[in-house]
Design a protein around this ligand. Structure first.
Ligand code: SF4
Length: 287
């Protein structure tokens, strides 16, 4: 029995990630020490390739402050205003800001609205680099709501006005649900849905494919929150959803009896890995 592969069109690098990765490779052409603030993407293959070419990673502001003459690239997730200042204060650094323009837009909203006196609520995952960076653009911090329980138990002064934004890769449906809970609880919220279209389209298409598939494959890193969300969405539609990083993670029996196999991938999965998995599934009669 031959396997039909249904590939998601919206899979792999999104615009912002592709732009950031390209900027690192372009910077390498110019020579000189190159650093990224955190790994440029959640993908070991790409990060390993860059490390082999000499790109180093800094993780803290102290390390940034101590950098010698170099190029420092800020990844698509963006950073806080404070980190941007630390970079600007070290005259050794030529900074390439690869913050995705959609994330920059959130920083601007958060900065301006908090300046005007609104309290900021970010619907997203606390601790995620993008969320941490965004908090750092609010005048006096921000609330983060990542689960329904946190929305239900959210408690703050109802005299304030609130501006609600989303982590760009947050689950679209959950965002709406959490906003509805906040409204129901009587908070005066002005809501800007900042979930990026790339994420929305990717999630929607993955859901549709998973509903038709006997087995659904999500390719992405466990550290990638958008990949984990894709897995969660697909799993609801298709019990046999597999979360893999590369072809090597597929096990004998994974596709047993499957006629239709769907494939999608998170925003930090390179195209060649998707192609490798696709070819393997199509030809992998022994699986
Ligand atoms: Fe930019 Fe959207 Fe990609 Fe995030 S998911 S980096 S916001 S294009």
């Amino acid at each position: 029995m031959s396997i039909q592969v249904i590939n998601a069109k919206n899979a792999g690098f999104c615009f912002g990630v592709e732009r950031a990765v390209n900027q690192v490779y372009e910077a390498l052409q110019g020579g000189g020490p190159i650093y990224t603030y955190g790994p440029i993407i959640h993908n070991e293959t790409v990060v390993g390739d860059l490390a082999a070419k000499g790109v180093r990673i800094v993780e803290t502001e102290e390390e940034i402050a101590a950098l010698p003459v170099c190029t420092l690239i800020v990844r698509s997730h963006g950073v806080s205003k404070q980190v941007m200042q630390t970079i600007a204060e070290n005259a050794n650094i030529t900074c390439i800001d690869a913050t995705c323009p959609f994330v920059q837009r959130i920083h601007k909203i958060v900065e301006e609205e908090s300046e005007k006196g609104a309290k900021i609520i970010i619907i997203g995952n606390a601790g995620h680099a993008e969320v941490e960076g965004t908090i750092g653009w609010a005048k006096d911090g921000a609330f983060v709501i990542g689960t329904e329980e946190e929305a239900q138990t959210f408690s703050a002064s109802k005299d304030n006005s609130y501006t609600v934004v989303a982590q760009t890769t947050f689950h679209a449906r959950k965002f709406e649900d959490f906003v509805a809970i906040l409204h129901k609880k009587g908070y005066n919220c002005s809501v800007v849905n900042t979930i990026c279209n790339a994420t929305h389209d990717r999630q929607q298409e993955a859901k549709e494919i998973a509903a038709r598939a006997d087995v659904m494959i999500v390719i992405g890193s466990e550290n990638s929150s958008n990949s984990a969300k894709l897995f969660e969405i697909c799993r609801k539609e298709c019990q046999r959803t597999l979360f893999i990083q590369s072809r090597e993670d597929l096990r004998p029996g994974d596709l047993e009896g499957a006629e239709n196999v769907g494939i999608t991938a998170g925003a930090s999965t390179p195209r060649d890995i998707i192609e490798e998995v696709t070819v393997y599934v199509r030809n992998g009669t022994k699986l």
